[in-house]
Design a protein around this ligand. Structure first.
Ligand SMILES: Cc1cc2nc3c(=O)[nH]c(=O)nc-3n(C[C@H](O)[C@H](O)[C@H](O)COP(=O)(O)OP(=O)(O)OC[C@H]3O[C@@H](n4cnc5c(N)ncnc54)[C@H](O)[C@@H]3O)c2cc1C
Length: 324
């Protein structure tokens, strides 16, 4: 096996959490099949970020540092990634399944004549090869894909695994990239208005579903428990469809895929489209008055009862335990 190349992503001047999730996937595979982990950081003035990645498991980190790469540019990124693939001798290229990944990963794969698999939630080393897992038919089935030969470019769902927390002593290497003749030109970045909720970064999420019944009960019942635990509030799709909370709160196949340390599902039945967004959480607590609700099948702890009795009592108990 050759090497695995991680393509880092930078957001607001820092490496995205999803990059360290790629490190976790790459390290898992490297432990299984002996391949080497290498990374690429693209941007302008990004040497420090490359050093950070090298010290946190990214292995040898190639740095494509150029003023022309200060803002995302699909031509420039494609050239940089292809150059890094050659320099690293990479058989597998991992990118995050983010808007940048959607845009650049297929171009990189096409240019390298490599296989491409998108939106994976896991990769497993099996029988000397790799198996890529992705959900299909709205999460009802897991597809297992293998490449018969050659290089593979894969994008991984943010939040599908925990970020790598180990350290490393990788070095950084300057990568020369021919950036002449870029056809794409950066014009401006427009950031969508956001209430600042990024559930993929929360360690604890308390999500409310249709069982909460009333938009006013979210700030009264769900939010206080999330706050007492130092976590974030999430929701199922009917809550968002009804306009009770904005879309960024939605967990599930058409919302965010999360993997927090603790996920508390309140008044959520556990439809497959919700489960695909949270079932890899480390510890799941479900509160539902229906003992047959499917959410209990994925829960580590299930509480059968009325959420309006249980959640306020739980919130008080958390506050008392924290001395508040
Ligand atoms: C293409 C597609 C994409 C979708 N994407 C998503 C997605 O991203 N995320 C998502 O969540 N859904 C998604 N859905 C919708 C999904 O199929 C379900 O309809 C949805 O998840 C149900 O939400 P819910 O559990 O909040 O509501 P319900 O299924 O109505 O469940 C409400 C639950 O609350 C319980 N309850 C009621 N009152 C109380 C009480 N007082 N105390 C305790 N429990 C109570 C009930 O017993 C019930 O189990 C999608 C569907 C489609 C077709």
């Amino acid at each position: 096996m050759g090497s695995i190349l991680i393509v880092a992503e930078i957001q607001k001047g820092a490496l995205r959490e999803a990059t360290f999730e790629l490190v976790a996937f790459a390290r898992k595979l490297a432990d299984a099949n002996g391949s080497e982990v290498k990374s690429l950081v693209v941007g302008s003035g990004v040497a420090d970020l490359a050093g950070t990645l090298a010290s946190k498991g990214g292995g040898e980190v190639f740095v494509a540092d150029d003023a022309a790469l200060a803002n995302y540019n699909v031509d420039g990124y494609t050239k940089a990634i292809r150059a890094a693939v050659e320099a690293a001798g990479a058989d597998l290229v991992l990118m995050s399944n983010t808007p940048t990944g959607w845009d650049v990963a297929p171009r990189v794969a096409a240019g390298l004549d490599a296989a491409f698999v998108s939106d994976c939630f896991d990769i497993q080393a099996e029988g000397g090869g790799l198996v890529f897992l992705r959900r299909v038919f709205n999460g009802k089935l897991d597809a297992r894909l293998t490449a018969s030969e050659g290089r593979v470019v894969a994008t991984m769902q943010p939040g599908a695994t925990s970020a790598y927390e180990g350290s490393g002593d990788g070095k950084t290497s300057e990568l020369k990239v021919d950036l002449s003749g870029l056809r794409a030109k950066f014009v401006e970045t427009k950031v969508a208005e956001s209430k600042g909720v990024d559930l993929t970064k929360a360690d604890i999420i308390v999500s409310g579903g249709r069982g909460v019944g009333d938009p006013e009960k979210f700030p009264e019942v769900i939010q206080p428990l999330a706050e007492a635990l130092g976590g974030a509030m999430g929701a199922s799709r009917p809550v968002v469809d009804a306009g009770w909370l904005p879309h960024e709160y939605q967990v599930g196949s058409s919302g965010q895929v999360v993997s927090p340390k603790l996920y508390i599902a309140v008044g959520i039945s556990g439809a497959i489209q919700h489960l695909v967004g949270m079932k890899t959480s480390n510890f799941i607590v479900a509160i539902n008055k229906d003992p047959d609700a499917p959410i209990f099948e994925v829960a580590d702890v299930g509480v059968v009862g009325d959420l309006f009795e249980i959640v306020p009592a739980l919130t008080s108990a958390v506050k008392a335990a924290k001395g508040g």
